[in-house]
Write a protein that binds this ligand. Structure first.
Ligand SMILES: Cc1cc2nc3c(=O)[nH]c(=O)nc-3n(C[C@H](O)[C@H](O)[C@H](O)COP(=O)(O)O)c2cc1C
Length: 275
């Protein structure tokens, strides 16, 4: 996710966030409230991503105050103008990630308006903006939308392949978006695909999980340096080590280290304990 203004005001940071050329599916999400900035940013960013996505769902107060993210649900005419103008100016697909309403369910109206304005796909986080992350995502609310001029995806509280299947059945959506459920479990996307097509899926081995975690830490250090890239990874440790034996000791040690060499040592010790 990139703030539209930062494309012009903070380009050094933006450049580091752009997907590599070899990422076949990565889209770039932009957020902002100024239509002309959003258009200019999209025109520039289309060279770097496979699709542009408008953030029309973020409930964070600072973002709402500026009229961006979820505030666009309250100001639907501006969001629609944004969609029309961006669509007119770019050549790659344009998608919108939004909420089911500001403080009540208006998903149907929002969906059809966005599709008419030119959105190629709409993702609903099945909560209102006002709800933030409280309560449960309501997978039922999209159930009434039958005729679908563009694909409709659902997001919210999908943590397992079983959740994904239930969310698809209940909402009638064409696809799911997974956020928190992918933290520490990036295999969830393959697991969901397998579960939908074969009714079966595999758990990754302990070795695969640890290897991927280490790889993630190394890439984070490449990006943010030592020790920031390591400290930042603390928030993912619970996800990656969930239900592993001896995980408590591993986590305690991880919280104290500052260099990649120390990190690698903890991983080696942990692996030794497992074998
Ligand atoms: C740490 C975190 C960061 C997020 N960042 C974004 C974002 O940049 N853009 C966006 O559209 N949604 C963002 N979301 C919202 C998710 O895409 C998703 O709609 C929401 O978390 C509900 O799905 P979940 O239950 O699978 O987490 C974020 C959520 C979390 C927890």
């Amino acid at each position: 996710m990139i703030a539209a203004r930062s494309v012009f005001e903070n380009f050094e940071t933006v450049e580091k966030m752009l997907p590599d050329d070899n990422e076949p599916f990565t889209g770039i999400q932009i957020f902002g409230s100024d239509v002309s900035y959003m258009v200019k940013a999209s025109v520039y960013l289309q060279k770097h991503g496979k699709f542009i996505d408008i953030n029309a769902g973020c409930p964070v107060k600072k973002v709402i105050k500026k009229g961006a993210g979820g505030a666009l649900v309250r100001d639907l005419s501006k969001l629609l103008e944004m969609v029309k103008e961006i669509k007119r100016n770019i050549e790659i697909p344009l998608t919108v990630k939004t909420r089911i309403g500001w403080d009540r369910d208006e998903a149907e109206r929002i969906y059809y308006s966005l599709a008419s304005a030119g959105a190629d796909l709409v993702v609903f986080h099945a909560r209102t903006v006002k709800q933030g992350f409280t309560g449960r995502a309501d997978w039922k609310v999209l159930g009434g939308i039958r005729k679908k001029p563009v694909p409709l995806y659902i997001s919210g509280d999908i943590f397992t392949p079983e959740d994904a299947k239930a969310a698809l059945e209940i909402s009638g959506a064409d696809g799911v978006v997974v956020a928190r459920g992918a933290i520490g479990n990036p295999w969830i996307f393959d697991q969901i695909r397998n579960y939908i097509s074969t009714d079966n899926y595999k758990e990754p081995s302990v070795k695969d999980r640890l290897n991927l975690f280490l790889n993630h830490i190394e890439e984070n250090v490449e990006f943010f340096g030592e020790p920031n890239g390591i400290i930042e990874m603390r928030k993912f440790i619970a996800g990656y080590t969930k239900s592993l034996p001896f995980a408590r000791r591993f986590r305690e040690r991880f919280m104290k280290v500052q260099t990649l060499e120390e990190v690698r040592q903890i991983f080696r010790d942990f692996m030794k304990n497992l074998t």
